[in-house]
Design a protein around this ligand. Sequence first.
Ligand SMILES: Cc1cc2nc3c(=O)[nH]c(=O)nc-3n(C[C@H](O)[C@H](O)[C@H](O)COP(=O)(O)O)c2cc1C
Length: 216
Amino acid sequence: MNTEDAIRTRRTLKVRVDPEHPLPVIKGDEFMKTMEELIELGAQAPFHYESAESQRSGSLQGIEPWRFHALDGDSCRKVLDAFNQNKPQKAPDGIKQMLAAADGLILGTWLPERTRKLSKKFHPNLKNMEHIAATGAAIQNILLAATARGLNAYWSSGGILRKPKVLQFLGIPEHEILLGAIFLFPDEIPESAQTKTGKHAESRGKISDYSDWIKM
Ligand SMILES: Cc1cc2nc3c(=O)[nH]c(=O)nc-3n(C[C@H](O)[C@H](O)[C@H](O)COP(=O)(O)O)c2cc1C
């Protein structure tokens, strides 16, 4: 698939199944390799500023402003098991239904500049804005690469996955800010599953609605 086709055909697809009857995990190491390829392609996105050195954690010492934490299908089901037992906290049905269907989940976070105000996770300054922009570009690359591979994907804000208790449960440093929970769903969707497209999928306007020429 060429770039333009990937851009034009990429569309959100959410797949949900009964959290008491999750789909069997059939994709193994090969799919983990695919997920790593997607992340590596994601990270070809442009970025302007390096992440603050003091905000880099553990073995993830890259200068990039983003971090990607990946869960394979098996780990998605383990998180679902925990949520089914209300651990680390009660979760809404929607996220459980998607964890019951997903082949994988990529959590894309960005590293804010260090802030002295503990009440604020980040300052609305230029550097942070550009860290978010770069991470958004990396997530879009992942979606396009997924589309090119025929994978169904959904960029979610994360909902309950954003909660400090849940991030801690997943081992994600608490100063990292979740920008996208990218669900990867099976390409062959079983009859037991419900599917839903993105709510704005059909509401894009014409170019003249959001773009103009500056004539000097
Ligand atoms: C930053 C970001 C966060 C999003 N979060 C959600 C979300 O939490 N729930 C949701 O239903 N869709 C979410 N979406 C997906 C949009 O609803 C979807 O992209 C939009 O409806 C357009 O549909 P399309 O992706 O098929 O073009 C998010 C998209 C972006 C860019």
